[in-house]
Design a protein around this ligand. Structure first.
Ligand code: SIN
Length: 527
């Protein structure tokens, strides 16, 4: 990309959620010249919308252990987790939460210790939370406040376009569009992607408008591998207020953790016969059961009966406010809920120190596939991963510094396939949500193809739409290749799990024409 302006840094962090800001703060404290690039305001990422909390074993809950947390993570992940990554991240949790509290985060307390809740798939009450159901907001508040007084530069309203690379492929910086659309270059030997997921592939999502898969698209174009992209997690319960597009209010799983029960339109509690943990089954199981029940009863929502929870408004102020805004009183009314796209279990293949296969390019948080989540993320493991890997990546950047390259000239921005966003969202929602088959996946691919033009993205919307187009193609390629049902990937034409032929993660790369393809059937770190 031709650059009108240039600046230099030791580390460029793209994204301002929990992983990005944790890394940026640690990097600045370590003396690295750090620049954070964020396309919206610094507080607009997905982190602040997280409700449930951080899953962490602090040693003060009788009967709970780090091993139990590891076991629950593996059980939820459907055989595709990477055990060393699970181990490292779970065991890194207590220290990371302690450091976050030292930065000022205030978690809810009961008596003399932190209060805990429970969510789907957890065998113990181990989720620490803040502000009742406003954990993400408290973490974001803490990190943004620390960032504002730290020695780092935040470029908000700036859009990351592509990685700059030298002839060896090593990353040497980032091509950026400034807030007024001026192309520029940030020269740096290390670029950390912390851009979150791609919930905006779907018409209805818990994610904010920033979740357009930009980081994964950028990494693929830089030569990185992505994996587990077919495992899009649908949160079982978002508030249903009629047909609507875009971000929907989350109804945290902790509401079921505190005793709420899912009921169909006839008032029948339907989870008891589905899984031994009933309403607290892992969320892929709950979301799929709701989807089946909706089809069986011809309804577009089920109900979450929280009328038995005392003090709902105080314990869940965020959910309560969303419900009241929709004219629902959870103390007396069942809450209408439906599943919606929530979390990308896969992403850019990276180790637990954030290193991708491309020298100089790092990834942390939802954008990355470290192997923690496998085929389905355990609730409240995402903030945990962002905190732990956000710290570890800075140590990796410092260790890799001696290898850093010098800058290379910026290339002109390439023309990219860009499809109409509404067509992408309609096709993915109809054919690649919970319940996919070969015919639907092919139809989605055709629909997106015929709505695609090739153009040079010139602003934020163009960059985002190019990313969504690439991610749609990649998810469809992976979902078409995985001919089984596992975790949050439900194939109605292959309803069983196939541990003989399919027990491997599917690596996705760009081919010579820039199209995402599943490369062979190489294994990416399955446990
Ligand atoms: C929730 O509170 O239900 C969402 C938390 C998460 O996705 O981990």
């Amino acid at each position: 990309m031709s650059s009108g302006w240039e600046a230099g840094a030791d580390l460029v962090v793209v994204g301002s959620g929990v992983a990005g800001l944790t890394a940026a703060l640690d990097a600045a404290e370590a003396g690295l010249r750090t620049v954070v690039v964020t396309k919206d305001d610094v507080v607009e990422g997905a982190t602040r919308w997280a409700q449930g909390g951080v899953a962490v074993v602090l040693g003060d809950v009788p009967g709970d252990t780090l091993d139990a947390h590891v076991a629950d993570t593996l059980a939820a992940g459907g055989g595709l987790n990477d055990l060393p990554a699970v181990d490292a991240i779970v065991r890194g949790g207590p220290g990371a939460v302690r450091r976050l509290r030292e930065r000022g985060a205030l978690f809810d307390v009961r008596g003399t210790r932190l209060d805990r809740t429970r969510e789907g798939g957890h065998s113990a009450y181990r989720v620490v939370h803040a502000g009742g159901d406003a954990t993400g907001a408290e973490i974001e508040r803490t990190l943004v406040a620390a960032a504002r007084s730290a020695q780092l530069t935040v470029l908000d309203g700036h859009v990351a376009v592509d990685a700059l690379r030298d002839v060896t492929g090593r990353v040497t910086g980032l091509a950026v569009l400034s807030a007024d659309g001026e192309p520029g270059a940030l020269r740096a030997p290390a670029v950390l992607l912390a851009t979150g997921g791609y919930g905006l592939l779907y018409a209805s999502t818990t994610n904010p408008a920033t979740a357009t898969g930009d980081g994964i698209a950028l990494a693929l174009r830089a030569g990185a591998t992505a994996s587990d992209l077919e495992f899009v997690q649908f949160h079982p319960t978002v508030l249903h207020t009629g047909p609507a597009a875009g971000q929907r209010p989350l109804v945290t799983e902790a509401v079921r953790g505190e005793g709420a029960v899912l009921r169909d339109r006839n008032g029948t509690a339907f989870m008891a016969g589905v899984h031994p943990r009933a309403d607290l089954a892992p969320r892929d199981v709950v979301a799929a059961a709701i989807t089946r029940r909706l089809a069986e009863t011809g309804s577009d929502h089920v109900h979450l009966d929280a009328t038995g929870i005392d003090g709902f408004a105080a314990r869940f102020p965020t959910v309560y406010a969303s419900c009241r805004a929709a004219g629902i009183d959870p103390a007396t009314d069942p809450i209408p809920v439906t599943p919606a796209a929530h979390y990308a279990c896969g992403g850019v293949v990276a180790d637990v120190d954030g290193r991708t296969g491309v020298p100089g390019l790092y990834a942390a948080g939802e954008v990355a596939r470290t192997g923690l989540h496998g085929a389905n993320r355990l609730a409240s493991n995402s903030l945990l991963e962002g905190l732990v890997v956000g710290e570890r990546v800075v140590r990796a950047v410092l260790a890799d510094r001696a290898l850093a390259a010098v800058s290379a000239p910026a290339e002109p921005a390439p023309a990219l396939p860009i499809a109409d966003r509404a067509v992408v969202q309609r096709a993915m929602t109809t054919c690649a949500g919970i319940g996919r088959d070969a015919t639907g996946l092919a139809a989605a691919s055709d629909a997106i193809e015929s709505a695609t033009v090739t153009a040079v993205p010139t602003g934020r919307a163009g960059v985002e739409d190019a990313a969504l187009t690439l991610l749609a193609q990649a998810v469809l390629a992976a979902a078409g290749t995985r001919r089984e049902t596992r975790g949050c990937h439900v194939r109605t034409d292959f309803p069983e799990r196939d541990d003989v032929h399919q027990r491997a993660s599917l690596p996705v790369r760009l081919d010579a024409a820039g199209r995402p393809v599943v490369v062979a059937d190489a294994l990416v770190g399955a446990a």
